[in-house]
Ligand binder design. Structure first.
Ligand SMILES: NC(=O)c1ccc[n+]([C@@H]2O[C@H](COP(=O)([O-])OP(=O)(O)OC[C@H]3O[C@@H](n4cnc5c(N)ncnc54)[C@H](OP(=O)(O)O)[C@@H]3O)[C@@H](O)[C@H]2O)c1
Length: 219
């Protein structure tokens, strides 16, 4: 067992839940701190859960004495109700986390962004993902890993009819996602989580962006 520690944010979500399993079951981490707004109702000797108010993340600064920070936070415009609400979660909370992590000397930050992330995009979602990526690059982590999955597959507790329809359609058209189109292939949340776990074990400095096809290769 290695003696690394990690913070995971978004552990109650699809990718975050899968990543939590890897972090708890793997040999690399002896302590996993989950920051969330509600309890997970899981107990594990390595797990420390902290219920936080994301508006006041600075109050939990002392918990950030860890090796790696994994961010799987995110909402949808439907859930957030407004673009401002969406930006608050997908951009502002993420950047607060990252700035505190940097201040507390965390060297490695890993985040799930999205395919199409582009600060100049006319699509609000892609623009916000691009904005958060560019801002993270400026924070100056020694090691920054950005994952840009295409459509995520996996079992959700909530119904997302658009994603469900896209998932069915893409399963029918799987044969199309070959060669250069492989990066558009829908990807299981578990594969993304495994890719994040694996990337965190590479002792390489620098900024890395992984499209779905590269995430498949990592995992
Ligand atoms: N869905 C897709 O097909 C897709 C594709 C590419 C990229 N992505 C991106 O991948 C990332 C992970 O996606 P996912 O589907 O795993 O996410 P998810 O299942 O919706 O989980 C999101 C996580 O963020 C937390 N969260 C949401 N709103 C919050 C708030 N206001 N305050 C505090 N925590 C909040 C949730 O906590 P609660 O459980 O407390 O709500 C949950 O832990 C997201 O950034 C998403 O945009 C998604």
């Amino acid at each position: 067992m290695e003696d690394k520690s990690a913070i995971l944010v978004g552990a109650s979500g699809l990718v975050g839940g899968e990543l939590l399993n890897f972090l708890l079951q793997g040999e690399q981490y002896s302590k996993v701190i989950v920051l969330g707004r509600r309890p997970l109702n899981i107990t594990h000797p390595k797990l420390e859960e902290i219920i936080v108010d994301f508006e006041y993340l600075d109050e939990y600064k002392e918990s950030f004495s860890v090796d790696d920070v994994f961010c799987c936070l995110g909402t949808t415009i439907k859930k957030a109700k407004t673009k401002e609400g969406f930006k608050k979660v997908d951009v502002d909370y993420v950047l607060s986390l990252a700035r505190i992590a940097k201040e507390m000397k965390v060297e490695k930050f890993l985040i799930v962004s999205s395919m199409g992330a582009n600060q100049g995009s006319a699509i609000f979602y892609s623009k916000m993902k691009g904005l958060v990526e560019e801002s993270l690059k400026k924070i100056g982590f020694n090691s920054l890993h950005i994952f840009r999955p295409s459509l995520l597959l996996g079992k959700r507790q909530e119904v997302r009819s658009g994603e469900a329809a896209a998932s069915v359609l893409s399963q029918l058209l799987l044969f199309m996602f070959r060669g250069p189109l492989r990066k558009y292939r829908p990807i299981d949340a578990k594969v993304v989580a495994k890719g994040m776990y694996r990337a965190a074990q590479k002792e390489r400095d620098g900024h890395y962006i992984y499209m779905s096809d590269e995430i498949f290769n990592l995992s």
